[in-house]
Design a protein around this ligand. Structure first.
Ligand code: OSB
Ligand code: MG
Length: 369
């Protein structure tokens, strides 16, 4: 396939309610889309990098810049030889910028699979038609507000609740949610790196709540800290930010830093690397689940395909469109019996709704051969 042109679309999509983590609060989902035009058709992807470099070092302006300046021209130079599978090896020389790389790989894979009339799910090796849905609940201003959001999500049918935590918002909210909704609730927490090695006793107090896991309690670089913490607490530790490749997954597993992995294709440079992590974890008996970056339908569709692979044995953060947006950029993903259907159409299986894209687009730029 030959890459003829790429449209970079900047979108500001309002969230229904602000989403607060230990890293900050967002009320607008700010992203860049890569819309690729090839000789075999077009493809779409949502780059997960948000406005601020607070989850990883990536942010949308930097992603747009590195795509324009380096990645797109280089992929165009491959001429007819370009395939989605070549994006990773071709851009390997460039350090980091995994979300930008993932966006190019995903959009090209979408074009390639649409042309081959094959779905992402079938290409990636999915074994299920629908996936169980969890929901990630942000830090709130009060416990009452938290309980009201959680009870709303449970009424919607979500099968697992993840609470964002930070120092000062941990033991109490987790205890109240556990006490209010009972021992059967699948419950886990995500600290987004908010704790240090001085907080082990505090984190150990969470053991009494029978949580599924504690996600990324320490700095992303503190692998040894996670090993020590895993030995200190009985709740399983699950890494998110620390796992950026199949190699880092393999090492973290072997060292005993993580006993469950949150896989986000965007964080690891794309779906092909995500499948490698799935496979490494599966060989080691480590369950995985699919995380999210508040993606609109364009990004969510491919995440659902990945989440249908066999070792995704825990409900992911792949929630329904209505959890995030009043208007999604595609046909909305809906919850049925706590599950979301995996798209079956060619490529990502969904198309952007032009009127909605027009409404939320703040800029559009074409990069041509
Ligand atoms: O750490 O998993 C995270 C959202 C943005 C950035 C990081 C994270 C999250 C979430 C929400 O937890 C996941 C989602 O619902 O898409
Ligand atoms: Mg996380």
């Amino acid at each position: 396939m030959k890459l003829e042109a790429v449209e970079l679309i900047r979108l500001n999509v309002p969230l229904k309610s602000a989403f607060r983590t230990s890293e900050g609060s967002v009320s607008i989902h700010e992203v860049v889309w890569t819309h690729v035009i090839t000789d075999v058709g077009e493809g779409w992807a949502e780059c997960a990098a948000n406005g601020l470099p607070d989850y990883s070092s990536e942010y949308h302006d930097a992603a747009a810049d590195v795509l324009k300046r380096f990645f797109i021209p280089e992929l165009m130079k491959l001429g007819d030889d370009l395939t989605a599978e070549l994006v990773g090896p071709t851009l390997h020389w460039a350090k980091g910028h995994r979300m930008a790389k993932a966006a190019m790989e995903t959009a090209l894979l979408d074009a390639q699979l649409r042309h081959a009339n094959q779905s992402f799910a079938s290409y990636l090796g999915a074994t299920r038609q629908r996936v169980p849905a969890g929901v990630s609940v942000g830090i709130m201003d009060s416990i009452e507000e938290l309980l009201s959001f959680v009870s709303g999500y449970l009424a919607d049918g979500y099968l697992r609740i993840k609470l964002k935590i930070e120092p000062g918002w941990d033991y109490e909210p987790v205890k109240l949610v556990r006490d209010t909704f009972g021992d059967d609730l699948l419950l886990q927490v995500d600290a987004n790196t908010a704790y240090t090695r001085d907080d082990f006793d505090l984190l150990k107090r969470l053991d009494e709540f029978n949580l599924l896991l504690i996600e990324q309690p320490l700095n992303e670089e503190d692998i040894l800290g996670h090993v020590k913490l895993s030995q200190y607490v009985s709740t399983p530790i699950c890494l998110d930010e620390s796992i950026v490749s199949a190699e880092s997954a393999r090492d973290a597993i072997e060292l005993g830093a993580t006993s469950i992995i949150n896989i986000k294709p965007s964080r690891v440079g794309g779906y092909l690397e995500a499948v490698k992590i799935h496979d490494v974890a599966q060989k080691c008996g480590i369950p995985v689940w699919c995380g999210g970056m508040l993606e609109t339908g364009i990004g969510r569709a491919a995440n659902l395909a990945l989440a249908a692979l066999p070792n995704f044995t825990l409900p992911g953060d792949t929630s329904a469109s209505a959890r995030y947006f009043s208007a999604d950029t595609t046909e909305p993903f809906v919850l049925r019996d706590g599950h979301i259907d995996v798209p079956t159409g060619p490529g990502i299986g969904v198309d952007p709704i032009p009127e909605v894209v027009d409404r939320f687009a703040v800029s559009r730029e074409w990069i041509k051969r």
